[in-house]
Design a protein around this ligand. Structure first.
Ligand SMILES: [Zn+2]
Ligand SMILES: [Zn+2]
Length: 241
C-alpha cells in the first residue's frame, strides 16, 4: 500500500519536537509523500503554541518542496464531556483537526468514562480525526464509540509512533482496525513525527493492516483524490495543491 500523506506531524513550534516545516517537507519529499498535515499540540499541553499560532497558519506556504501542507492541530481532550483546548472560532479555520487523550492533560479514568469521552468528541463537528485511540491506558467500548464515529463521519488514526511508545498498542490497534472495517469507519495511518527523520515512518501500522487484510479503500491517505475529498468533506475546505 502506497501512502501519499503523513497526517500527523509536529515541528519546533512546540518545545518537544525538533524540526522545522521546511525540514519536515524536505523529508516528506524524499519519502515520496505529496502531503503532510501540520498538527501541532494545542495550547493546554505545556510548551505548545497559543491560539494565535493556529489562527495564523495561513501564513505558511501551501506548498513546500513540492509537498502540500494541510493546516491542522492536535487538540488535547481536557475532560470526558467533550472539552478541548481551542475555541470554535480558531477551529473553524483549520483543515485537519485531531483530538487525542494525552496523560499530561487528562488522567486515564475507566472504560465508561473513556467511552463517554469519545462519544462526546464524536458530537463535535469541528473535530475530524480520532488521535491514537489504541492507547491501552484509555481503553473504551468499541461498539458504541465506532458507531458514533461512523454516524458523525469521523476518521480514526492508526498512529505508528504509538507502536513504540504507548503500551498495548499493537493488539489494541488491531482490534480497533478490525472494528473500523466492520463498521465502515475510514482510517488514516500517521507517523506523529517529532523530528523530520520520522516523517513517513508508517511500517508498523501498515504491517498490522496487512495482517488483518484491512480494506484499502477505507485508508483515506492511500490515494490523493480520496485524501483531498476527505479533507474537504470533514473541514468544508477545498485544498488545492
Ligand atoms: Zn498525541
Ligand atoms: Zn502528536
Amino acid at each position: 500500500m502506497k501512502i501519499i500523506a503523513d497526517t500527523h506531524t509536529h515541528t519546533v513550534a512546540c518545545d518537544h519536537a525538533y524540526s522545522t516545516f521546511s525540514e519536515n517537507a524536505a523529508r516528506a519529499k524524499t519519502a515520496g509523500l505529496d502531503f503532510i498535515c501540520a498538527t501541532e499540540h494545542a495550547s493546554a499541553m505545556k510548551g505548545a503554541p497559543g491560539p494565535v499560532y493556529f489562527s495564523t497558519l495561513h501564513n505558511l506556504p501551501r506548498v513546500l518542496d513540492g509537498v502540500t501542507i494541510i493546516r491542522g492541530a492536535e487538540l488535547n481532550i481536557l475532560d470526558y464531556e467533550g472539552g478541548v483546548d481551542l475555541t470554535e472560532g480558531v477551529l473553524k479555520n483549520l483543515e485537519w483537526v485531531i483530538a487525542s487523550y494525552h496523560s499530561v492533560c487528562i488522567e486515564p479514568a475507566d472504560i465508561a468514562a473513556h467511552t463517554r469521552g469519545w462519544i462526546n468528541i464524536a458530537a463535535n463537528p469541528l473535530i475530524h480525526v480520532i488521535g491514537h485511540c489504541g492507547d491501552s491506558r484509555y481503553n473504551f467500548e468499541h461498539k458504541p464509540v465506532l458507531e458514533a464515529f461512523k454516524t458523525a463521519g469521523k476518521i480514526v488514526e492508526i498512529n505508528n509512533h504509538s507502536f513504540h511508545v504507548r503500551p498495548g498498542t499493537h493488539e489494541n490497534c488491531k482490534k480497533i482496525a478490525i472494528a473500523c472495517a466492520e463498521y465502515g469507519v475510514p482510517i488514516v495511518v500517521s507517523s506523529d513525527a517529532h523530528h523530520a527523520t520520522h516523517i513517513g515512518e508508517l511500517g508498523d501500522a501498515i504491517a498490522m493492516l496487512g495482517e488483518i487484510g484491512f480494506p484499502e479503500e477505507l485508508v483515506l491517505n492511500a490515494d490523493s483524490t480520496r485524501f483531498l475529498s476527505a479533507v474537504s468533506r470533514v473541514s468544508g475546505k477545498r485544498v488545492t495543491p
